[in-house]
Each structure stands twice: as C-alpha cells, then as structure tokens.
Design a protein around this ligand. Structure first.
Ligand SMILES: *Cc1c(COP(=O)(O)O)cnc(C)c1O
Length: 393
C-alpha cells in the first residue's frame, strides 16, 4: 500500500553506524531504524544470538512455557519499577496492552466507570486504533471511523486542563512519552512529571509512560522517567528492546496488572523463543553502565557542537532540543528538504519529526570519531542549505 513516503535510497547492508545502498554508496546512519538499532547494524553479539537460536527453536506460541521469555521478563523487572511483563511484537501492540491493562485494572477493582484516557498533543503511540485515539494526531485518525469512546486530548503543558483530567472521577489513566519522539523531541519537565505522579496517586489515576522510543538508554538513563525520579504504573516499550528485531513489551506493577488474568489478552507471535533470544542479548548490552555512560558523553558532545552550529547558522537552525541521543533540531528550511540534502549531499541520514524538526538518533554505542564526523556532515548540510536559501532569495 502506498502509505509510506519513502526516500529514494535502496538499502543493502549495514555495520555499526554505517549503511550501504545497493549502488555501493556509504552513509553515516543517524536514524538507526528510528531509534531501534541502538547497538548498531549487524552487531556481532546479536548476530550470534539469532544464529544460535535459529538452529534451536523459533516459535511455539504461548501455549507452552518459554524459558527465554521468563528470563527477559525477570531482567526487565529487575531493571525497572515493574513486576509483570507482557511481550508483543511492536510498539503499538505494547501501547494497546498498556491501555487495556489500565481499563481492566479499574474494572477489576470496582470502578468500571473509570474509562477516560487522556493523551497529549504532539504525542505518538503507534497506528492501531487505541494508539491513534490516544495520541489523536488528526492526520492519523481522519477517515478511520468514529473516535473511540473515552479517549481525550490535552494540550501539552496545559496544567489546568491536566489537573481537571486527573481529578475527574471517571479518569482511568494518562498516557505520555516523557520525551516525545515523532512529535519533535519535546521534553516534559521533571517537575511536571513529579506533579503528575503525585496528583495521579491522590486521585486513583494510573500513569502510562510510552517509552517505546525514549526508553532503553536513549536519554542517558535506562528509562527516561528515571531523570525525574518517578515511575509509572504501566509502561510500553519496543524499538531498541530487540536491537532491531521486532519486540514490544508492556510492563506493569503487580497492582496495575491485577486485572490481566488468564484469557483476557494474548498474542501468537509475542515473546517467541527467537525474539526472546535476541531480546536477552540486546537488553543485556543496553543495561551495561559503559553504554549508558557513552550515551551521556556523546550526547554532551553533540549538544555542545549543535549549539555552536545554531550560533553560526541561525538562518538554518532554530532550536536544538531533546534528551541524550534523542535529539531534535528545529529547522528554518523544510525538514524533509533538509533531510534529502543531508542524504544526497553529505551521505548523512537523519530522521524527520514534528514541528519541522529533524531528529538525530544515532546508535547508543556511537564513537566520538563518528560523532565528529556526523557534526562535520551536518555542518556541510547547513552550509548547502544556506546557499540554497540565498539562491532562492
Ligand atoms: C514508534 C513508536 C510507537 C509505535 O511503535 P511501532 O513498533 O511502530 O508500532 C509507539 N510509541 C512511540 C513513542 C514510538 O516512538
């Protein structure tokens, strides 16, 4: 189906932060499969894990116990607020499970009237019905039938509206990305997150964090919400969890998961042995303190350098935002044009984003040399963009 607006780049192979097209051109990849190949392309640890498991067992369905699934769930719980995990195959499925878990919690705990779920403008939760209704980006809901009951939107940063939502007796949950991804890398302040947590606790409302993009070390902590020192009741994760292999997961506290009993939810593929083998290898790398430290060091370098470029190219760069290696650069020229220019002129791949941003989402194990190279190429793209704008003017 013609649902993608694809770049004219036919990919062939990758290694680390490099990607080669079928015509042999080498690119520096600051997209990482949209924040997914967090350990770089063809990471040897992941390649070995998938090879070993491929010869052993791929899939059995969730009729049987899957030791790798139990191990990865244990690991996720050990490294998070969670006590319970459900495995899916994508971010949007993890979000669906999170939304269902929240409603089911209230239903099972004597408050079936609590069905209202509040999302925020500029957020992205995936493309299934629950996810598009939670985020309510008009471009993603239009033409897809009636709005689902019980889903509402708040303006990001509108504390008064949020307070009304949190104190509404039929509220089930609020759902947000602590650091927005697709929407343009807006960061909810630590103070706001702490206030939300307190208000939610006082009013019996659940908090769902969507860390599909900002989790797994991307912001310089394993989970983005750690910066604020608060934890959610339920969290959706995916993208980097499998290092490029499709895995999603919904994490929850024992209490929040109390309505999710045998038979009420499920999946055929989710948590299959092949995915779990890769997930165990990937997550084992993602939790390493050296990797998280690298994220913070590289992020500090990129932030400083991009600030310098913003000073030198105020006619190209409006703002640099985000957290860790989830970086949004708000541009003067159209972001799609700039991405094409970076790609064709500098062989630098960057991702798009809302609010006319381009996103820089390198693998988390990017080296300082690669980061320097990324900046040189970004600078080159800024120069060309400036020349082009001058030519037009
Ligand atoms: C990518 C993304 C999703 C959806 O994940 P899919 O695997 O594409 O379904 C959900 N939430 C956030 C924050 C994302 O970045």
């Amino acid at each position: 189906m013609g649902v993608y607006n694809r770049a004219p780049l036919e990919v062939d192979r990758g290694r680390g932060a490099r990607l080669w097209s079928t015509d042999g051109t080498e690119y520096l990849d600051m997209v990482s499969g949209i924040s997914t190949n967090a350990l770089g392309h063809a990471n040897p640890v992941l390649v070995q894990a998938i090879k070993d498991q491929a010869e052993k067992l791929w899939h059995v369905s969730n009729i049987y116990r899957i030791p790798g699934q139990e191990q990865l769930a244990d690991m996720l719980c050990e490294h998070s607020f969670a006590d319970r995990v459900f495995f899916a195959n994508s971010g949007t499925e993890a979000v669906e499970c999170a939304l269902k878990t929240a409603r089911r919690y209230h239903w099972a705990n004597g408050a079936p009237e609590r069905i209202d779920i509040y999302g925020f403008d500029g957020s992205f939760h995936g493309r299934t019905y629950g996810a598009i209704n939670a985020a309510a980006n008009p471009a993603y809901v239009e033409g897809f039938g009636p709005k689902m009951e019980g889903f509402h939107q708040l303006l990001w940063g509108d504390r008064e509206a949020l307070e009304a939502a949190l104190t509404n007796p039929t509220t089930c949950a609020i759902v947000l990305e602590p650091v927005q991804g697709e929407g343009g890398c807006r960061v909810t302040s630590d103070e706001d997150l702490r206030w939300m947590r307190q208000m939610a606790d006082e009013n019996g409302v659940l908090i769902i964090f969507d860390e599909v993009q900002c989790g797994m070390g991307r912001t310089g902590k394993l989970w983005a919400h750690e910066w604020a020192g608060v934890s959610p009741d339920i969290m959706a994760i995916a993208k980097a969890l499998g290092g490029g292999f499709p895995i999603g997961a919904c994490l929850a506290t024992e209490k929040a998961a109390s309505g999710m009993v045998a038979g009420v939810h499920g999946t055929t593929f989710g948590g299959n042995p092949l995915a779990m083998a890769v997930g165990l290898a990937a997550f084992g790398e993602l939790v390493k303190p050296e990797l998280i430290q690298n994220v913070n060091e590289i992020a500090a370098y990129l932030k400083q350098q991009l600030a310098g470029l913003q000073d030198r190219f105020p006619d190209v760069i409006v703002d640099v935002r985000g957290k860790g290696l989830l970086i949004g650069v708000k541009l003067v020229p159209n972001n799609r044009d700039f991405m094409a220019l970076a790609r064709d002129d500098q062989q630098l791949l960057v991702a798009g984003g809302g609010d006319n941003c381009c996103r820089i989402l390198p693998p988390l194990n990017l080296t300082l040399d690669e980061a320097r190279e990324a900046i040189r190429r970004f600078e080159g793209a800024c120069e060309t963009a400036r020349e082009q704008m001058k030519a037009v003017a």
